[in-house]
Write a protein that binds this ligand. Sequence first.
Ligand SMILES: N[C@H](CCC[C@H](N)C(=O)O)C(=O)O
Length: 285
Amino acid sequence: MQLRFTKMQGAGNDFVVLDATQQPLDLTPEQYRQLGDRRFGIGADQILVVEKSRTPGVDFRYRIFNGGSGDEVEQCGNGARCFVRFVRDRGLTDKKVIRVDTMNTLLELRLQDDGRVTVDMGAPIFELPQVPFDPQGLSPRRHGDIELWPLDVGDGVIDDVAVLSMGNPHAVQVVDSVDHAPVEVHGPLIEADPHFPRKVNAGFMQVVSRSHIRLRVYERGAGETLACGTGACAAVVAGIRLGLLDKRVDVDARGGRLTIEWQGGDSHVLMTGPAVTVFEGEISL
Ligand SMILES: N[C@H](CCC[C@H](N)C(=O)O)C(=O)O
């Protein structure tokens, strides 16, 4: 099969974007892994499939597949911004405010005049069964108005993580320095921790000031990425609830800057950042 694709990136988190608005795409997890493979395929952290929505009043549906595992997942923040750039640049819509269905939520996306995209990522979810997180055998430590859960990462080391969902699961911890955080070692251990029945994205946050953090994320099904949009949202929400951050925070990931705003409670998290088309091409699958 000949497949046309668009390669995009948002703060270095990179994507293969496929247009399935004219005819459905039915690829296998192995084919998604091949598209994501940086040697045998195109190479991407995630593959985004854009479809027309069947929901009245909603413009599109977009599906997200992790490039490493080929698994379909619930949410992708950086991908949402690239999705807006994609549908606008291909002339699939001329709207500046676009409503899109994902696996488990409805997102409202806004293209700013400066070319950046603001995404309403919905409200964070703290109910443990909805993350999902099974705390069996663990006793949390209360800190601020949040509980931190002690995860055993081997060699007698415990990582205290905040657990929440942005539609997808996140375990966020505060570190002194992201440059020296054991992301490559602790990341995969946290990702596969048995208390997360659907695995988890592992965030490592360094607080620079009350309005500025540095962040590295070891992503579920993709490994460490240069940026993680939902991870940035989860880290800022956790930092605010820990009493460490104000309501508007610049998040410096290794691939670029995202700006996250959250007013607390059940208000929605807003994320603003770049979305860039890198190249277009065709691949034989
Ligand atoms: N690896 C994530 C999906 C992509 C999230 C990330 N790329 C973002 O920008 O939010 C997961 O399995 O939940």
